[in-house]
Design a protein around this ligand. Sequence first.
Ligand code: HH2
Length: 257
Amino acid sequence: MGVVNVTPDSFSGDGIHLQPDAAVTEARGMLDRGAALVDVGGESTRPGAAPVSAEEELARVELVIERLYDVPVSIDTSKAVVARRALELGADLVNDVTALRFDEEMAGVIADAGAYVCLMHMRGEPRTMQENPVYDDVVSEVKRFLEERLAYAVSQGIREEYVCLDPGIGFGKTTAHNFELVRRLDELVALGRPILVGFSRKSSLGKLMGDPAATTGTTAASVGAAVAAFDRGATILRVHDVCEHVEALRAAQAVAG
Ligand code: HH2
């Protein structure tokens, strides 16, 4: 899954696609380089990010999604009006980092459209989520949360086969929590749904390399984390640097047989 941020403030510094032309070119380039789908987002969820209105978010993504009508697209949003419009324009999957908790109409929009959905774990909200996150056992708590959100989605008419789950790397977690979630990914795979992991460029990778104030990580570190996640059962990797990840994962897949 290639990341196409149509924002001025994404943490990874790649939110340069406020021009629809640039975003569409970037998305098509990612698909040419081997991405299976592109994740288009109009609101940054980086730690401390300020929320944007639905009108502003829609204005950012609408033209981009419209012009990607012929390729697999995911819409990264927590707002039902944005999801509804994206699905009308041909998006296939709703990537909701709040796991259907932010907007009570979201589950119905996805169910009515018969769309795919990604349910992600987040502790708190982006503005405050990195303020001292504490868990007794991060993996058990994330697993319990994802199990509960999956049951909720199905109760709202979303088909279980259309749901993938995501531990939410960097969303209310310390560096140690993030690596433990990937180390014990098999416990989440046991939920029986495809697991999506988004470690690409996240600050834990920069912190691991010795910079406690890091806000991003390198491509090489991202690829290492993605391959480790793939080895432990992740089936969708959300990444910024598509070519490097596709080549590394292809090699890892060949080793796995
Ligand atoms: N991470 C980000 C955004 N959306 N969605 C899922 N399912 N999983 C993730 O790990 C995830 C996500 C943050 O990365 P990015 O989009 O590059 O930055 P920003 O939110 O600042 O635009």
